[in-house]
Ligand binder design. Structure first.
Ligand code: GLU
Length: 285
């Protein structure tokens, strides 16, 4: 299988240094293995995605010296594929429709209890109010969740290969952690037809990605993805979680931190070599 990495930005704001780091590492890893580097536009959230941001992504990445195969996969073109994956999960009896809004979830969560995690990779851990609802109750544009406990019952012990030096090796998933600290994640968001987790798993498989390069902040999400891959019978790529790029004060860069946008560095006269240097990377000759 051809060694294949990808960079999968959401066109909801400017790319910043953290994105550049992910993209450059992924491309570099592919080059070192004589492999392929793909770009995927993660635009399922059509309320936030903008064509202008997508255009800017192409420009920034080209300026950094990256190139990728065409055509570029765009998630907004793939809703039927996500729907099919959801049907597959539903047939296993591990999904349910959820009618809760934020306030319902807050109210159902109740007072914090010592030692019980309240927040997971997707925010507030869902307290399970709709867990017994049947899929026949699902509305066309409504939220669908994964029943994590029921899902794990179907599965043997899960693990994945981590290739970063810091975390390297085989990582085993802890079912107890997944149930209590991750919980019933969203498979389909309201009016979106999918979610980050469902789409990314289906896309990585359809693009035959062998090596996912992403920030260490997505380590918990990777565990969700490994669960979904097992349920959907998809191959598990190797994962490389890289360090997070911080600003000079040591604060993590957020997407809204436009001061660190690649476009801003470009405007200020920086060269692609300057960006490599700022990230501690050696540019290709
Ligand atoms: N669209 C996600 C992001 O920009 C992709 C992350 C990933 O799956 O690697 O954070």
């Amino acid at each position: 299988m051809t060694f294949t990495t990808r960079f999968a930005p959401s066109p909801t704001g400017p790319l910043h240094l953290g994105h550049a780091y992910s993209a450059l590492l992924a491309a570099d890893l592919a080059a070192r293995h004589d492999g392929r580097f793909l770009l995927r536009i993660e635009d399922i959230d059509q309320s936030r995605a903008r064509i202008a941001w997508e255009q800017q992504i192409y420009e920034d990445l080209s300026w950094l010296g990256l190139s990728w195969s065409h055509p570029v996969m765009r998630q907004s073109d793939r809703l039927p594929r996500y729907r099919a994956a959801l049907t597959q999960l539903s047939a296993l009896g591990v999904t349910y429709p959820c009618r809760c809004n934020r306030a319902d979830i807050e109210a159902a969560a109740g007072a914090p209890q010592e030692g019980v995690p309240q927040f997971g990779p997707d925010g507030r851990i869902y307290p399970g109010r709709c867990r017994d609802r049947s899929m026949s109750d699902a509305s066309p544009d409504g939220v669908i969740r994964l029943n994590m406990k029921a899902a794990l019952k179907h599965l043997p012990k899960l693990k994945f290969t981590e290739t970063s030096e810091e975390l390297g090796g085989q990582i085993s998933l802890d079912p107890e952690h997944l149930v209590t600290a991750v919980g019933d994640i969203i498979l389909v968001r309201r009016n979106m037809g999918s979610s980050y987790h469902l789409s990314v798993v289906v896309d990585d498989a359809d693009q035959a990605i062998t090596d996912v390069v992403r920030g260490a902040d997505l380590f918990e999400s990777t565990q969700i993805h490994v669960v979904l891959q097992a349920l959907l019978n998809l191959p598990v790529p190797r994962y490389h979680h890289h360090r997070l790029i911080r600003d000079d004060a040591g604060k993590r860069l957020a997407k809204r931190d436009d001061a660190r946008a690649i476009a801003k560095y470009r405007e200020d006269g920086a060269s692609p070599q300057d960006i490599h240097a700022r990230l501690g990377l050696t540019p290709k000759p």
